[in-house]
Design a protein around this ligand. Structure first.
Ligand code: PMP
Length: 395
C-alpha cells in the first residue's frame, strides 16, 4: 500500500515525554519526569458526593448532549475565579474545552497557516510545540532569564519577524522552567503586541498554585485591545482526568473557536462540567488549593535543598514560587539525554531539556517535577541523580 497519510502527519513527532513515561511507570523508578499532580490530593470523597448530587438533582438531563460553549453555571464560576486575577470578562468570552490542551490545539487550527511564525519562550511547553508543529508553524524562540521572557529580546524578534502570528507565553511557573514573568514585563508584552499587531496566547494552567511570593495579575489583565487569548484548566487545581479547560477571549474569537470545537467533539464532557460546577458551589476551593500549595511547597523546598546538597556547584537552577517544575542548566559539556540513560539504570528519571526547545535544543538542560513524589522519595531520587551527575562531571 502506498503511504496514505496526509502531509501534515509529517510534522508530528511522537511525544518524547510519553515515551519516557512508559519507562517511568515501573514502580521501582523514582520519577521526576511526568507533570502529574499529586493523586493523594484529588478530592475523591467530594467528587463522589457531587457526582450523586448531579444525578439526584439533574437526572437524565445531566447525561444528555449539551452546548458547545459549555455549562453556564461552570462558566459563571470561572468568571468569578478569573476576576481574582484581574480578568473582567462576560459569559460570551468563555468557552469550556476538553482540557487546556484542546484549547491549544484549537488555537493552532484557528490561527496558524503553514509556515506562520509563532514566538515563544525558550524553552517552552513540549505539547504546545507539538501542536503548533502539526499545523506546520515556524518557531522563533525568545531568551528567558529568571523573570521570564526578556522583553528586549522579544522586541528584536518582533522587528525581525513583523508578520508573526502570536506570542505563546506561559507566564506563571512556566512548564518547563518554573519561572514567572514579572509584572512590568507583562505590561510591556501587551504594549509590544499592540505595537507590532500580534496576538498573545497566554497559557496559564499553574497560576492558582502559587506557594510563595505575591500574586501577579495575568497578562490578559493588561489587554487593551482584545488581543490576549487566555487559556486555563482545572487539571492542576481539581482533577486532570475530568479533562476540563477553558478559553477566555474576544467574543468574535470565541464564535470561531465554537465552530471549530463543534467539528472536533461537539462539546466538552457535560457530566464532568456539572460535577465541577457543583464542587465549586458546595465545597471550598480555596481550602483545597491551600492543601495543594502546602504539599507542593514542601516538595519543592525539599528538591531545592537536595540540589544544594547533592548536585555539583557549577550548575544553575530555577527557584519556583509555584507550579510543578524546577529547571536545571548543567555545564555545556553535559548531554542530559545520556545522563538520563545512566539515571534510569539507577531507577531515577527526569525529562531531558532539549525537546522543550523547538529549534535550539539545548542538551545541557533538564526538567524536574516535584509534585508527584513524597519528600523521602525526592531525597532518595535526587541523591541518585547527584551521584550520576558528579560521576559524569569528573570524566
Ligand atoms: N499547558 C501547559 C503549560 C501544561 O503544562 C499543560 C499540562 N501539563 C497543559 C497546557 C495541558 O493541560 P490540560 O489539557 O490537562 O489542561
Amino acid at each position: 500500500m502506498k503511504n496514505k497519510f496526509a502531509e501534515r502527519t509529517h510534522f508530528v513527532k511522537p511525544s518524547e515525554t510519553r515515551e519516557i513515561l512508559k519507562i517511568t511507570a515501573r514502580p521501582e523508578v523514582i520519577s521526576f519526569a511526568g507533570g502529574l499532580p499529586a493523586p493523594e490530593l484529588f478530592p475523591v470523597e467530594a467528587v463522589k458526593d457531587v457526582c450523586n448530587k448531579v444525578l439526584n438533582e439533574e437526572g437524565a438531563a445531566s447525561l444528555q448532549y449539551s452546548t458547545t460553549e459549555g455549562d453556564i453555571a461552570l462558566r459563571e464560576m470561572i468568571l468569578q475565579r478569573m476576576k481574582g486575577i484581574g480578568i473582567s470578562a462576560a459569559i460570551g468570552n468563555v468557552l469550556i474545552t476538553s482540557g487546556s490542551q484542546q484549547a491549544i490545539d484549537l488555537t493552532g487550527k484557528l490561527f496558524i497557516n503553514a509556515e506562520d511564525i509563532i514566538i515563544c519562550e525558550s524553552p517552552t511547553y513540549l505539547a504546545a510545540i507539538n501542536v503548533f508543529e502539526s499545523y506546520n508553524a515556524t518557531f522563533v524562540e525568545v531568551a528567558m532569564d529568571d523573570d521570564g521572557m526578556v522583553m528586549e529580546e522579544l522586541e528584536k524578534k518582533l522587528q525581525a519577524y513583523p508578520d508573526a502570528k502570536f506570542i505563546y507565553t506561559i507566564p506563571d511557573f512556566q512548564n518547563p522552567t518554573g519561572r514567572t514573568l514579572k509584572l512590568e514585563r507583562r505590561k510591556k508584552m501587551v504594549e509590544l503586541a499592540n505595537q507590532y499587531d500580534v496576538l498573545i496566547v497566554e497559557d496559564n494552567p499553574y497560576g492558582a498554585i502559587r506557594f510563595a511570593g505575591e500574586t501577579i495579575p495575568s497578562v490578559k489583565h493588561f489587554d487593551t485591545d482584545n488581543r490576549v487569548i487566555y487559556i486555563s484548566s482545572f487539571s492542576k487545581i481539581f482533577a486532570p482526568g475530568l479533562r476540563l479547560g477553558w478559553i477566555c477571549a474576544d467574543e468574535t474569537f470565541i464564535e470561531k473557536y465554537v465552530s471549530f470545537k463543534q467539528t472536533a467533539d461537539l462539546h466538552t464532557d457535560s457530566f464532568a462540567q456539572r460535577m465541577t460546577a457543583k464542587y465549586l458551589k458546595h465545597y471550598d476551593m480555596e481550602k483545597h488549593l491551600n492543601r495543594i500549595k502546602a504539599v507542593y511547597k514542601e516538595r519543592c523546598t525539599a528538591m531545592l535543598s537536595c540540589i544544594e546538597q547533592f548536585f555539583p556547584k557549577n550548575i544553575k537552577y530555577s527557584t519556583p514560587e509555584g507550579g510543578l517544575f524546577i529547571w536545571v542548566e548543567l555545564p555545556e559539556s553535559v548531554d542530559s539525554e545520556k545522563l538520563l540513560v545512566e539515571c534510569l539504570e539507577s531507577n531515577v528519571a527526569f525529562v531531558s531539556g532539549a525537546s522543550f526547545f523547538p529549534n535550539s535544543r539545548k542538551k545541557n538542560t533538564l526538567r524536574l517535577n516535584y509534585s508527584n513524589m513524597p519528600v523521602d522519595r525526592i531525597n532518595e531520587g535526587m541523591k541518585r541523580i547527584g551521584e550520576v551527575l558528579n560521576r559524569e562531571l569528573k570524566r
